[in-house]
Ligand binder design. Structure first.
Ligand code: D5M
Ligand code: FE
Ligand code: ZN
Length: 507
């Protein structure tokens, strides 16, 4: 291997406006001609993503394993969650995974094991005062900098005030107060800690130029001050997951389905597709009978007064009546299917995140097979840790980062895991309540991370965390039409907790 091949690959990618996960670089280094292989990977995209993932590489024919990306109408499958963390663990299959063909235990025979580990319900303390804000950001900074410092690359970071006085290479951790391009194509990040702020220059011709840094995230910087006090960055550290984790397989084949954005009450709610789902889940096949849990990640109804002139798009214009209709739909599901409802930005709770569970007058409309959590919410299902977050912050990711799109929610979800924060950008479209603690920090790494909101449907993986963006049951709204957002409705992602494999069933 020629020396500095790693740098050559990094330069090759950054010259083309993209970056790659470390596993991708390792993988390319093992190829006979790493640069030619990198070119093949880039050739996959009309426009390369900001960060090329191992999954992307595995889709490239000619290198890696040959996989099919065309999916049949009925089932789209992505098989994830490695038992061990070697780099080559993601399989993408066109058919229903083998493990799903093996019958699961009929759901009525599985004793319920569902716990809500963490959400804000009943624990909100904030009043929105100035003191709340500074305490909130202090908690964000200290928690994420502790994670960064626990890594070999983050160890030895010093305070910004001290770093600015030294002329040698230094390491600092701070919160991004601003990030802006210069007229020469470089970028300047204003980094702040408790002691000072510093301007950090990310050179246009370096791999750092494309790092998707956003306002208010916590990063580490390795760099050297120039004579004018500008810190020239050599590398950027994100908290991320240090290594790929393995999936905690349950003993039994326990199956969990995910959905979101039902939008009951909206004119565009897809009643016919829902009826197909209901018929399947009530008297369907073996797979349907093996479903034990259904987790719904917000926007369960369309709500009232969520956007201007919404009343013109409602068929049920009373909030209670909307939840009553949903309660009826849940009551039609089999008794052994435990349903978890989390709120989203259309639901009848405060819009500021973290959002508590639906209020008790609404909960009382539902049968006992339905339980309620907040947004975000960490659940344990048979010991598998599931982080559900509606996903409002994806609006801010799409606005802030040119490479992000509504059609590719997994990109934003990977960034949330890299930044270890569900909604880093403060003051954008996502209203955030300055609680005493920052509940949007991803402090404990989940086994499964699920979002909704963008009305897309996708399954993937990031360092062993199963990623699911659950689909909608609403057709394109006039707002989405105006903004060219094409929904992917009526697809049900189903995860087997015994294998970590997931696939989507369409209705
Ligand atoms: O959001 C459904 C989709 O529509 C999601 O992709 C965001 C987009 N959307 C909806 N309203 C807005 C506003 N006001 N700004 C930006 N993007 C928006 P839902 O939460 O179901 O309305
Ligand atoms: Fe929605
Ligand atoms: Zn939403």
């Amino acid at each position: 291997m020629p020396p500095r091949m790693r740098e050559r690959i990094l330069d090759f990618l950054s010259d083309r406006g993209t970056l790659a996960e470390p596993e991708v670089i390792e993988y390319l280094l093992r190829q006979e001609d790493p640069i030619a292989s990198a070119a093949k990977v880039i050739g996959l995209f009309q426009e390369p993503p900001m960060v090329i993932t191992l999954e992307n590489v595995l889709r490239t024919s000619g290198i890696g394993r040959a996989v099919t990306t065309r999916v049949p109408l009925e089932v789209a499958t992505v098989v994830v969650a490695p038992p061990t963390p070697p780099a080559m663990h993601v399989r993408i299959e066109a058919a229903i995974p083998a493990s799903f063909r093996r019958s699961g235990i009929p759901a009525p025979e599985i004793a319920e094991d569902l716990r809500i580990l963490k959400d804000i319900t009943g624990r909100s303390t904030c009043e929105g005062t100035l003191a709340d804000f500074s305490r909130y950001f202090h908690h964000r900074f200290t928690t994420l900098s502790r994670i960064l410092r626990s890594r070999p690359e983050g160890a030895g970071a010093i305070e910004i005030a001290r770093a600015k006085r030294l002329s040698r290479e230094v390491k600092m951790i701070g919160i991004v107060r601003d990030v802006r391009p210069t007229k020469n194509g470089h970028r300047i990040v204003e980094l702040e800690d408790d002691t000072d702020t510093v301007s950090v220059l990310l050179l246009a011709n370096s791999s750092l130029a494309a790092d998707p840094i956003v306002h208010d995230e916590v990063i580490g910087v390795v760099g050297t001050s120039n004579e004018r006090g500008l810190m020239i960055a050599k590398s950027i550290l994100h908290p991320d997951l240090p290594t790929a984790k393995s999936f905690p397989r349950t003993r039994d084949r326990i199956r969990v389905a995910f959905m979101s954005d039902i939008h009951v009450g909206s004119r565009t709610f897809l009643a016919d597709r829902w009826a197909k789902f209901r018929d399947w889940v009530t008297n369907g096949d073996e797979l349907a009978r093996s479903l034990r849990y259904l987790v719904v990640i917000g926007d369960v109804v369309d709500g009232i007064g969520v956007y201007p002139r919404q009343d013109e798009e409602l068929v049920i214009d009373d909030i209670y009546a909307q939840y009553e209709a949903l309660a009826g739909m849940c009551a039609e599901m089999p008794d052994h299917l435990k349903v978890v409802l989390l709120p989203g930005n259309h639901d009848a709770v405060r819009p500021a995140e973290p959002q508590p569970a639906l209020p008790s007058p609404i909960q009382k409309l539902f049968d006992s097979n339905v339980v309620f959590g907040g947004n975000p919410c960490t659940l344990s299902i048979h010991g598998v840790r599931i982080l559900g977050y509606h996903g409002r912050s994806m609006d801010d990711f799409v606005s802030a980062l040119p490479a992000m799109t509504y059609a590719r929610p997994l990109d934003a979800m990977r960034e949330m895991l890299r930044k270890r924060h569900l909604a880093p950008i403060y003051g954008g479209k996502t209203p955030i309540a300055p609680e005493a603690e920052d509940h949007l920090i991803i402090d404990q790494v989940p086994d499964v991370f699920v979002t909704g909101h963008v009305h897309a449907a996708a399954i993937g993986e990031h360092r062993g965390v199963v990623l699911v963006n659950s689909s909608t049951w609403q057709a394109q709204t006039s707002y989405q039409k105006m903004h060219n957002i094409e929904p992917m409705p009526a697809r049900l992602p189903i995860l087997d907790l015994h294998t970590g494999e997931a696939f989507q069933k369409s209705f």
